[in-house]
Design a protein around this ligand. Structure first.
Ligand SMILES: Cc1ncc(COP(=O)(O)O)c(C=O)c1O
Length: 490
């Protein structure tokens, strides 16, 4: 076997428990036999239809998915939600058009803006009060932006966000429709919504025109599998299909498509079980969190989505990165991601009771260690395997793309279009010398990849401060060379 396969096997045989994507949680109960790799891998041969012009078997499979989600029409995606976002936005715009989008959207939206030379008008979701992440999109902001700019051709938002915050899709869809334009909802993190009783309503039921789901994020389906749903008649479906053909592989993997179909069958038959398990796990974690003294796990009023568990260490002695390291190295629990003041864990209905118990024990144990440390009972010992010596352990909230002190977004001036700036001649210069220059690249905090600066925007002192502080915290800042140089337009 190759090295990559051996490494995957090693992980699979280890005790490391996945609190991250994919949503199947490496739990084989739900899915196809594991010996399928070459046995079932084919291309578009007789009797197996063609995804790019589905009229037989694959058309039936897509209809089955559509029955579950109850949209106008549903398409399988084998290049992830990424190609869904590229296709959806391309279908509703022409070269040079303007779209209204939340700043905290996934990089695929920025990539389609580059490919189609779009003008992005931003909405800036405010920080959730007391936490270090973005909240929902305010419908009033959308209303005002559409009144200000009659050239906007579509609204694009992400809901749920990476941290599990929902926006009011029904209101936003009504506003977009009152201007005669479509609403695209990147619901990559919400494929589990509306699937069974007890689950909140999703964007399809609330009137969005295009909804994109990453099945692999929260449901039992392999990585890269996703769906695109379209509703109503504001979207030209022939154009949409054209772009799906452009952005998807011309050799769609039958293994992935079989996994999508298997996931849909599983959720159709066992959606209630999945939902019950997920909500029970969520409640168990939230119940246990009530007795924590330092760490905090915010409930539904802050993190609306049951698949997301945010463990906040705001105002404790440890940072999000240290908490992440502790969970991984001491307790064998792999989180989805760490931010400055919290760690994000993904749970799904495919988790096991044992896995959830391990998480609860770990959170309680770490909380007790922080308590002991705060009282001076065990200095250093409780966090000795972590990066405690490398970074400032005083968990001060710092500014990134947003100024968290007063929850006001940091807005940068757009001096050039994204496409023009990204294609321009460029040079790398020291961050300290870059004030007033035009950024020639994205600088992203990863994950989830929300840009601190977009090509074409003017670099400011507060942006530089933010980049430096994120680097100093040990966070993954992409787009900065040798930790000190930024690419600028010449
Ligand atoms: C909000 C959001 N949209 C879209 C995507 C892209 O999804 P995929 O990985 O299925 O291509 C992601 C991936 O993380 C995401 O977080």
């Amino acid at each position: 076997m190759g090295e990559l396969w051996d490494k995957l096997t090693e992980l699979s045989n280890s005790e490391m428990y996945p609190f991250h994507m994919p949503g199947h949680k490496r739990n084989t109960d739900s899915s196809m036999s594991t010996n399928f790799l070459f046995d079932h891998d084919i291309t578009e041969i007789d009797d197996f239809d063609n995804l790019h012009d589905a009229s037989g078997l694959l058309s039936t499979c897509q209809k089955r998915a559509n029955d579950l989600y109850k949209a106008g029409e549903t398409f399988f995606l084998i290049n992830g939600s990424t190609c869904g976002v590229l296709s959806a936005v391309s279908a509703v715009t022409k070269d040079g058009d303007a779209i209204l989008t939340a700043r905290n959207c996934h990089k695929s939206l920025y990539h389609v803006a580059y490919l189609r030379n779009l003008n992005l008008e931003y909405l800036y979701p405010q920080y959730v009060s007391g936490y270090d992440f973005c909240g929902s999109v305010n419908p009033k902001d959308i209303s005002e932006a559409l009144l200000d700019n009659a050239d906007i051709k579509a609204v694009f938002i992400t809901s749920p966000t990476y941290e599990g915050v929902y926006s009011d899709i029904r209101k936003i869809a009504d506003i977009a429709h009152s201007h005669g334009i479509p609403l695209i909802v990147d619901e990559a993190h919400g494929a589990h919504l509306d699937i069974a009783e007890g689950m909140p309503e999703g964007a399809i039921a609330q009137g969005a025109d295009i909804v994109i789901h990453s099945l692999h994020k929260t449901l039992p389906s392999v990585t890269q599998t996703a769906l695109l749903h379209v509703n109503g008649d504001l979207v030209d479906r022939d154009r949409l299909k054209r772009f799906l053909r452009i952005y998807q592989s011309s050799s769609p993997s039958y293994l992935m498509m079989a996994s999508i179909d298997d996931c849909i069958s599983y959720m159709t038959q066992h959606g209630d079980e999945y939902t019950k398990a997920l909500l029970t796990y969520h409640d168990q974690i939230l119940d246990a969190a009530k007795s924590l003294k330092h760490l905090e796990v915010p409930g539904y009023s802050v993190v609306n989505d049951p698949c997301k568990i945010v463990i906040s260490c705001q105002n404790t002695l440890i940072s999000g990165l240290q908490l992440y390291d502790l969970l991984r190295t001491r307790y064998g629990l792999q989180p989805e991601m760490a931010c400055k003041s919290y760690v994000l864990m993904i749970i799904t209905g495919m988790d096991t009771r044992k896995g959830i118990e391990r998480l609860i024990e770990a959170i309680e144990d770490i909380d007790a260690s922080i308590e002991a440390r705060a009282k001076g009972a065990c200095p250093k010992e409780s966090v000795k395997e972590t990066r405690v010596d490398e970074i400032d352990i005083c968990n001060k909230v710092v500014e990134n793309c947003y100024d968290t002190s007063d929850f006001k977004p940091l807005v940068l001036n757009k001096k050039m279009s994204l496409k023009e700036a990204w294609d321009s001649e460029h040079e790398y210069i020291q961050l300290d010398n870059s004030v007033g220059r035009i950024s020639g690249d994205f600088v992203n905090l990863y994950p989830p990849g929300i840009p601190l600066v977009v090509p074409g925007e003017e670099i400011t002192e507060s942006l530089i401060r933010s980049i430096k502080e994120n680097l100093a915290k040990g966070l993954n800042v992409q787009g900065i060379k040798q930790r000190s140089q930024i690419r600028v337009v010449v």
